[in-house]
Design a protein. Structure first.
Lengths: 123, 123
């Protein structure tokens, strides 16, 4: 691994992309974006056993995408949007670099064309 | 799983988020954003055995983030930016929903405050 890539951002990106790589976990995020929900509410639309739901919530919590608190017997989950921004920023950065590359390629092609047109004009 | 979430986008999102959940794979994406590269070039900055590199490339290829072609003995990899856009779009959608929720919450708080001020004025 080269040094420039060993930033603090790496494990955070690993965890958030891993958390988002599952449709049930994305569904939980989508639900929690609308407002806090209990574990039971989050489990309702999913056809899976409660321990599996809890396992998914653990992955989300480890990524920082959600936090939860227990009051009495009810655990309520909340969204934490910061890790989403971290992931979005990384992707946006790649897109900007990619578009920059396309622009440079476009400039280069235009330059070639201009040179060709000039050469034609001198014939 | 509820029906509204069983769209065609789901497996694509699973694969692209999974592909991005590893620092070596993100490094390969970053390298390929700058331009095509051979498997050997991609492996150079990574301290891992070639079969591991090939395994990572397979995950990236399955996600649609890269494509590769073999000419003679050299396999060259290229970036395919479409899956990045798919992932970026999903995140941006969640952010927009989140910001909408904050706005509504702000409006509600303002409304409460206005009502309170009115009530104070009538005392």
């Amino acid at each position: 691994m080269i040094l420039s890539h060993m930033t603090n951002q790496q494990p955070a990106l690993d965890r958030v992309f891993h958390a988002l790589a599952d449709p049930s976990r994305r569904m939980m995020v989508e639900r929690l974006i609308a407002g806090p929900a209990s574990v039971t509410e989050l489990a309702k639309p999913l056809t899976m056993a409660l321990p599996t739901v809890v396992q998914h919530l653990k992955v989300l919590e480890q990524s920082g995408l959600i936090r939860s608190e227990k009051r009495g017997r009810v655990r309520t989950c909340h969204i934490e949007p910061a890790p989403l921004s971290t992931a979005e920023r990384w992707i946006a950065e790649q897109r900007a670099l990619w578009e920059g590359r396309l622009d440079r390629l476009g400039d280069y092609l235009k330059e070639l064309k201009d040179k060709e047109a000039k050469a034609d004009g001198q014939e």
